[in-house]
Design a protein around this ligand. Structure first.
Ligand code: ZN
Length: 300
């Protein structure tokens, strides 16, 4: 049985290499070692062990693609912006939450007895705040909870059984002051270990979208540097039966000239033995059905 790891990387579009595209400028040695170059539009296609597809993230709906609908489309294979009639930002409301709970790729894989997991950790305070309605779940968390995947906590993080959204754990220090900052490569090795025990593993980061919006001090260099370090550690440790799928929900970071989302296509980068099966996809809502099919499940 093949295994899959979905790296959900928020806010990364595909654009041509240029002086305004951080994906062409920030050194990403692990990505270059695996694919021979940068994550830019002219590299759509593939090579030995990797494929890159450009996915339409607008899905036929006017306006700028946004996170809640984009992520729901990616994780469920449903055209969420069309269903809601617009691109919905930030966190899913009740309609998108219901779609995710019902038909995410995690839920459907779990129903098909595939071992699924969400590799990100959450603090106890996160769940307290959701319970108190001071915050809402993300699309990923809704999908994982509905799939019955056990949530990872800060003990898992400390033990290397979870990988923080910021890769190196710095943002977790306020929740767990004793938590050590680790190298991005070490986080990648931890992710490989989690993925080894599951048929489908999901991990998410939004540091890339924060960098694109120029929020909370994030820069493209920092976000892409950490992502590449994670990729390096992961690829060195993951073995030859894991296919890594790196996908995004909407463009943002690839246009450094402004801090807003874009209507550019988003990448689906597949690295590993089953990469050819993901070549040539053209839309954000085509990823989940293809992944279900490759897991031997009904994609409909
Ligand atoms: Zn954003």
């Amino acid at each position: 049985m093949r295994r899959y790891l979905l790296l959900f990387v928020d806010g990364v579009g595909l654009a041509e290499a240029s002086d305004a595209n951080p994906l062409a400028l920030v050194p990403m040695p692990a990505l270059v070692a695996a694919t021979g170059g940068a994550l830019t539009a002219e590299r759509v296609g593939g090579g030995d062990g990797w494929r890159l597809a450009a996915l339409d993230a607008t899905l036929g709906v006017p306006g700028l693609p946004q996170s809640a609908t984009g992520q729901t489309a990616l994780f469920t294979g449903r055209n969420a912006p069309e269903i809601l009639g617009r691109h919905v930002p930030a966190l899913p409301g009740p309609r998108l939450a219901a779609l995710l709970a019902e038909s995410s790729v995690l839920r459907r894989a779990a129903q098909g007895d595939r071992r699924v997991t969400f590799a990100n950790p959450f603090s106890a305070r996160y769940f307290e705040e959701v319970a108190a309605r001071r915050r809402r779940h993300s699309a990923t968390t809704l999908a994982a909870l509905a799939a019955g995947a056990p949530m990872r906590d800060l003990d898992d993080l400390a033990a290397g059984r979870a990988v923080a959204w910021d890769v190196t754990r710095e943002s977790f220090r306020e929740h767990a002051p004793e938590s050590d900052v680790i190298a991005a490569e070490a986080a990648g090795r931890h992710l490989a270990e989690v993925a080894r025990e599951h048929d489908l593993t999901l991990w998410e980061t939004f540091m890339t979208d924060l960098a694109g919006h120029r929020r909370r001090g994030w820069t493209a260099a920092e976000a892409l540097g950490r992502l590449d370090g994670l990729l390096g550690g992961l690829l060195a440790a993951c073995g030859d039966d894991l296919t890594i799928l790196l996908a995004s929900d909407h463009g943002n970071l690839e246009e450094a000239s402004h801090p807003r989302h874009t209507r550019n296509p988003v990448p689906l980068l597949a690295i590993g033995p089953d990469a050819p099966a993901f070549a040539g996809l053209g839309r954000l809502d085509e990823v989940a059905p293809r992944l279900l099919e490759r897991l031997g499940l009904d994609p409909g």
